[in-house]
Ligand binder design. Sequence first.
Ligand SMILES: Cc1ncc(COP(=O)(O)O)c(C=O)c1O
Length: 395
Amino acid sequence: MKNTDARAHFPAFQNGFSFLDNAAGAQVPKQCIDAIVSFLSSASCNVGMPYPGSQTATNIKIQTRLETSEFLNCKPTEVVIGTSATSLTFQLARAFSRIFKPGDEIIISELEHEANASPWRSLEAQGVVIKIWRATFPESRLKLDDLRSLISSRTRLLAVCSAANSLGTAPDVAGAAAIAKTVGAWTITDMVHYAPHHLPDVQKLGVDFAVFSSYKVFSTHTAFMFVKEGLLEKLPADKLHFIPDDSLQKFEPGTTNHECLAGWLGTLEYLRTVLGGGATGRAGLQAAYTQIENLEQPLMEFALEKFKDIPGLSFYGEPSTSGRVGTFCINMPGLEPLQVAERLATAGVGVAAGHYYATMPMTALGLMPNGAVRVSVAHYNTKEDLEKLMGALKD
Ligand SMILES: Cc1ncc(COP(=O)(O)O)c(C=O)c1O
């Protein structure tokens, strides 16, 4: 399969624009759009009642939990449906605020998007101690030995991303979670930036909590949180009083966005049928992600090589393809990042500029307040997209 074969399933690309801002949110395949239209056309109803439209909505919610559990490699009873990764993480922090004590410690990696940092910092007000697991710059790596020197018998939680949305680094989350476990601490991993590039596997990582947003995974604006079996009951949530303590609904206040769920199921269908060769269940998703990795690898190699040819370009982060995803942080001499993004937009190329809410790594790199230019690829991008980018950067 070629990148263009995948791209043909994405109506938004008919305009010829080179979209290299996938880290901000991916485009969606036709299956996703069709599923939303089908749901809204036939049954824009709420769940739980015996009439057909309501049963359709109920089934979509049940199927979403089932298929998202296949996506994460967990049980359906471990999947919370939410509105965004940020709001889910804040909800979790509110629950922790009721059980963490003054002097308890939380370790946050320096590569985090603030969605996996600010919620934990909010616990400082009640005496929880925040420690930062510093990265090594400019390559932006997290070393397990540095984590070992931070961990203590008071550590309750480790927050670390599976991939950094700013620099593309993919830390060793399994290694970090194993270290956290030695002192009985929980690990939460932010998979928002990882999930478009690699299939999540919460069991392999050994984490207790994980979040991802489906709008980064070629789908709709909703998000999911993995809560490891046995933990739900221990977490005091802001919930309606009649919701039982062992119910996932304690973290799902209000009505779910059912059309978004329908769209997510459509995207999973795209992954399994178009990229995964039609296999069902997690096997289909595994096949799809093998395809995604194969389509992205040459793009990463090409981009890393071609950046070297741009006179004066500053490159931040890991210079090789190992331990990273295809998200590149650069700057151009004599221009602010936003000016670069504006000129690229005029040339038909979409990239991000700024700090992308990853203020810690950007501060460590001395790039605040204006940040840098971020180029982020997905499996449907082509070498032509990157050639257009490189040509415009040279100009
Ligand atoms: C790594 C990472 N974590 C968290 C978020 C926040 O996700 P959401 O918009 O679903 O709150 C983002 C969004 O860009 C992200 O890139």
